[in-house]
Design a protein around this ligand. Sequence first.
Ligand SMILES: [Fe+2]
Length: 257
Amino acid sequence: MSMHTEIHLDQAELSEVAAAILALEHSDNALVIRTGKRQQLARSDWSQLLQEQCHLTLDARQYSYDENLVLEPWWEISNQPDKANSYAYSTTPQPFHNDNAWFADPAEINFFVMEKQAVSGGEQLIYPVSRLINDLQALDASLFDDLTTIPVTIRKGGDDFQNLTPIITLEDGGRVYWNYYRTVKTDPHVNDMCERFFAFLKQQEGSSSTYSVRCETGDSLAFNDQRLLHARTAFVAHQPRDRVLYQSMWRLPRRNP
Ligand SMILES: [Fe+2]
């Protein structure tokens, strides 16, 4: 006897979701897909939609807990006390960052499935790059100048991949490449800039330029990784894997020149 479950979205719903995902190419807002009281879609169903309806290409590059590069279509982010020194496995707040800052050729679309949300906490905080740029220009013009002109190297793991870039670029609406912990800070000027930007972002948490999204179990979240920063609030967990989030990364269709 077949044990699988099925959920059938009609074609109009699928098309609406696919169009909203593709609109992220030029958007610095997050997209939350609520499943409401429906059964969850399986991750394989989402992969199929992203590939077949959106024509996105999977980027399976992920760094394991011990910082080896592995290829996994879906990456599990969950509280696991034995690995809790890493944000991916902790219950602690995580400061603003991008997921793909260390790739020079990053996938654009991050797609998450909230397999199991925590009983409380675990919200995502979003800081769209357009608001970030406006706030920096208004509040700290010299920091803005440094962030848009000083190249930094961002890397994780060995030397497999790294990204040499200013932290903020302004073409095409702006992009941001930020991971405080993975930016090489041996140069004192770079170190000073990173400390100032980290403090700036901490101060901006909860400002009206940022917003909070709480995914419930079964919901999905998608955004353009380089067009916003995201953070996470702390959450309550009593058992390992009381909160389980899956992440995958997708490239937009290549345009003909
Ligand atoms: Fe992240």
